[in-house]
Design a protein around this ligand. Sequence first.
Ligand code: URA
Length: 196
Amino acid sequence: MAKQEDLDEVRKRAENAGLPLKEGHNMVFGKGNPEASVMFIGEAPGEKEDIEGLPFVGSSGRELDKLLMSIGLSLNDIYIANILKYRPPENRNPSHDEICTHTPYLIEQVKIIKPRVIVTLGNFSTKFVLGGFSPDEMKRIEGITALHGKLKKIILGDRTFDVIPMYHPAAVLYNPRLRDELKADFAFLGKIIGRA
Ligand code: URA
């Protein structure tokens, strides 16, 4: 239970930090199993997530649930959090300042959970993680089209994490042709963690 307690403590600090975007919104901190060996990192909460205070509970979440099921995983096998802890207006892209102020809490979550594999969903999360968890290094990282489905490694603190970038599940909703690629990347994840 220690990891859950540590996460609760980080959550409390994040809630009291007066983060940008907090005004009028619920915090979306994370969900899943703190003992999981796979951690997913998305971009930012949408409308449904803001209402429920939980990540990936709207249409992207339904897509993600199906993909997890396709390799025999459930919420109990993973932990999931976002780059931003609050919903940006009209779901616009996260700003540099928002990324700088919100991600220290995400980094704490990664250090507590210590997943074997980090799956980054979409461009922002991929660039942040592969840029060494540094907002300032994000611009030197290639886009998701070039990186998706490739196994990368990144060091954070005294640990090396496997990273698999993937398209954001929302991208599939706009461009159904990406669904096969996302499914193939999930199958690859299944292989890496010994599920498929
Ligand atoms: N998209 C994300 O990146 N995160 C969520 O929590 C929901 C949609």
